[in-house]
Design a protein around this ligand. Sequence first.
Ligand SMILES: [Zn+2]
Length: 420
Amino acid sequence: MCAYECVAVGTGLKCLGNSELSPDGDVLFDSHAEVVCRRHFLTYLYNEMNLCLDSSSSVLRQSTPGRFKLAPGVEFHLYVSQAPCGDASMTCLDRSQSDDTRKANEEKKRRFISRRDEEISDESPANKRPKTEMHGADDSVSLAGPPTQSPSAPATQSMDQSDSVADVSPECAEPLVVSSANMVASGVLRGRDSYNLLGVLRTKPGRIDADSTNSLSCSDKIAKWMVVGLGGALVASLMDPIYLSTITIGAFYNHADAYRAFIDRLEGIVDLPPLYRVQVPEIFHSKVPFPFSRVAVTKNENTRPISADASIGWSSPSDDSEVTVCGRKQGFSAKKAKNNERARPSISKLSLFKLHQEVLSRVNPSAASSTSSQTYRQAKQANSEYQLAKSRLYVGRFAGWLICDPMYEAFKVEGSANTE
Ligand SMILES: [Zn+2]
């Protein structure tokens, strides 16, 4: 008999713009629910490693001294209350827009692009934004071919495909010409632009007139986890890769979108290092209404909810959840958070780096000693197997993956923050 336990939770829909990022590893760049949940899951894993080393009850076992693997029969499942942003939600998003909303957004975008182009032409040559590298001539790029086929492949074991498979997304039989204004980089579309182009990388959606972001959509990040695992380079240096067995989606579910985003796009990825694989998750649709969705709250509370700036996360066995706003713990402005350890989220890069260092110092003190002099980026690069798996992913549809600027990973485990 199976027993299920919730081990991590995340909420949130905000993402920092490029001008708000911190080089100290102390701020969350991406606070979308899926990302927050996964980062709290990492804290859960580090805690499980410590429990295993303490010979306490844990879902982990030591495969070799100082290296961990999942105990037999343990699996992980992801539930999202609505289709993740990006490729897995494009069709439903498109259909959910009225003609009036669509026209208003197009007008807003036209004004924004016009204003931005004026600003660029006014900039001195030294200040001009770097040109995005793209293939093609003039101001457009052609992304050839239908991004992927509809799910003609064997259906996943969806609990409810009947209504969704019938709603298969429109075919993209012709190459689509995309204006460079919609592109962030070669092969990467901005947010919700060009709805009808499916299977491509997209940045986090956001207001067209907001500061742009280089954080990729949750659909793209989840797809990445299907190849390199949930752990990231640091966790993966301590344990075998962990994969999601299932993904269950609530609202805005479209089987073709989910299948394409999380399975079809990964076809052709080969030559992964030992222990890594292309995971094919089972995909389910839950029709159980999420009680805190915008639709449910509007209906049940007879009110018009507004989007929260805050993001909430939790992982087992903590007694408390953590609330962050603008990438910092709630209550700390950017000014108050500067060099203030208390403002740092427990799931920031620096916090997770410290958790990694604590476990490493228990299982391999000499390695921990050398890591303490490395930057976060160097520590991640040292996991050559993980880096090889990532390089195998960054081909085909994922070739345009946006890499984090090294300047944001140049901090060391002691960080630059001081306790006040
Ligand atoms: Zn998202």
